[in-house]
Design a protein around this ligand. Structure first.
Ligand SMILES: [Zn+2]
Length: 87
């Protein structure tokens, strides 16, 4: 079973939003908008968006449905939209 999403996201070397460099020990989190790994300052900006609550609710439902089928570990992937993680 490929785990590419996990490797790609958890080991991203830069923020997909502001392109700040991310060290393996830097915390990152998944965007609920595009599911790209972003840095914590960018996440805080995202959380201020007016549609954040709606989009994040939708994202969690979608990733549950998708990862259940594809990866068998929906928890980790979905949680990474709301809990920071390291490489
Ligand atoms: Zn950033």
């Amino acid at each position: 079973m490929p785990k590419t999403w996990e490797e790609k996201l958890s080991c991203a070397v830069s923020c997909a939003r502001c392109h700040r460099k991310l060290a393996p020990s830097d915390e990152r989190i998944l965007s609920v908008y595009d599911h790209e790994p972003i840095c914590m300052p960018c996440k805080r900006e995202e959380e201020k968006r007016a549609d954040y609550a709606d989009v994040s609710k939708e994202a969690i439902g979608q990733c549950m449905a998708e990862t259940e089928l594809l990866y068998g570990d929906p928890k980790g992937y979905c949680y990474h939209h709301f809990y920071p993680f390291k490489c």
